[in-house]
Design a protein around this ligand. Structure first.
Ligand code: PHE
Length: 341
């Protein structure tokens, strides 16, 4: 075999190995093996001295050409491998934009909060000042200032949650009334809303925790007609234009006269159904003209001023509206229930 055949063979072998290399470290090894200081081609060059002079130039040229060819092949292969490695990395990092997204639950106000905020809007439009009031209340404001006789059963600790000897969880939002009367001068129009508590055996229609709204108004010449007009306006805005209001005598220590207020049943439009037990009416509120003892107790002259007050429970409204038959659902926080409203 001639020297040039030998060289060609070496070249083919080197180029083939470059083409097969899968990693740049393999190319480093090939580079060293053929082109390094003791590499195969370098050794070929050393042979040059043993050749006849007329062959030397051609052979040297051929070795150098081959060297460049191999170097170029290594360079090209190196770039291809690097490109492949980048492709593989990018493929690993790729986002599948067709993958279905994760569904995030969006919250919404609790049904009672929704109801309270509708009520609040109506009373703001009617000119009431909406105020905050404490849930832990003194015996004085919850009962005494509201003209409760000492032996009234509501005062009994069997019926109220006492925190200390003279502090309890308010049994009605009416407890805020005297606090406001002490702070303000007539004309007064205030409204409060929030949680109330009573000792009750819990079942579908009784709860120990419930919500109420209370409003009162004190000014010159306030009469029962103002009370009726206000509650009528509220009922129409809350339940619709065909709603009527019915007043019947009732007793509360802090009003005189006192009334129980009912509105047209919004389910059957007054025709009678199982929600209103065939009567066509839903009892909604307690109301009345503020008792002179209550006004006087707050330093308001009951000869000069009169006032009305009313208060009602909140739970009843969404129960009727959505056909909810168990009060406990409101406080259970079961999302299967809450998501429907
Ligand atoms: N506080 C009474 C109740 O809880 C309702 C009421 C409020 C009645 C204001 C008259 C006037 O039942």
């Amino acid at each position: 075999m001639s020297e040039s055949d030998n060289l060609e063979e070496l070249g083919r072998e080197a180029i083939a190995r470059v083409a097969d290399a899968a990693k740049s470290s393999e190319l480093d090894a090939i580079d060293t093996q053929y082109l390094g200081r003791k590499g195969a081609l370098t050794l070929q060059l050393r042979k040059i001295g043993s050749l006849v002079p007329e062959q030397r130039k051609g052979f040297g040229q051929a070795v150098n050409d081959l060297k460049e060819e191999i170097q170029a092949a290594i360079r090209a292969r190196r770039e291809a491998i690097a490109g492949g490695e980048t492709d593989a990395r990018l493929a690993g990092e790729a986002l599948d934009v067709t993958m279905p997204g994760r569904f995030y639950q969006i919250g919404r106000p609790h049904i009672l909060a929704q109801t309270l905020s509708r009520i609040k809007d109506i009373f703001i439009r009617l000119g009431y000042d909406i105020v905050e009031s404490p849930e832990v209340e003194s015996y004085h404001y919850n009962f005494e200032a509201l003209n409760y006789p000492l032996d009234h059963p509501a005062i009994d600790e069997q019926m109220s949650f006492y925190v200390t000897e003279d502090r309890l969880l308010r049994t009605h939002t009416t407890a805020y009334q005297h606090r406001q009367m002490e702070k303000r001068k007539p004309p007064i129009m205030v409204c409060t809303m929030g949680k109330c508590y009573r000792v009750e055996a819990v079942d579908a229609t009784h709860g120990h925790t419930f919500h109420q709204v209370d409003c009162f108004c004190v000014d010159h010449g306030i009469t029962m007609a103002d009370l009726k007009g206000t509650l009528y306006q509220f009922a129409v805005e809350m339940f619709g234009p065909d709603t009527n209001v019915r007043f019947r005598p009732d007793f509360f220590p802090f009003v005189e006269p006192g009334a129980e207020v009912a509105v047209t049943c919004s389910i059957c439009a007054g025709k009678g159904c199982n929600v209103c037990k065939g009567s066509g009416w839903l009892e909604l509120a307690g109301a009345g003209m503020i008792h002179p003892n209550v006004l006087e107790g707050a330093g308001i002259d009951s000869e000069e001023y009169t006032g009305f007050a009313f208060g009602f429970g909140i739970e009843r409204m969404p129960m009727v509206q959505h056909g909810i038959d168990d009060l406990r659902l409101f406080l259970d926080n079961d999302l299967r229930f809450l998501r429907q409203l």
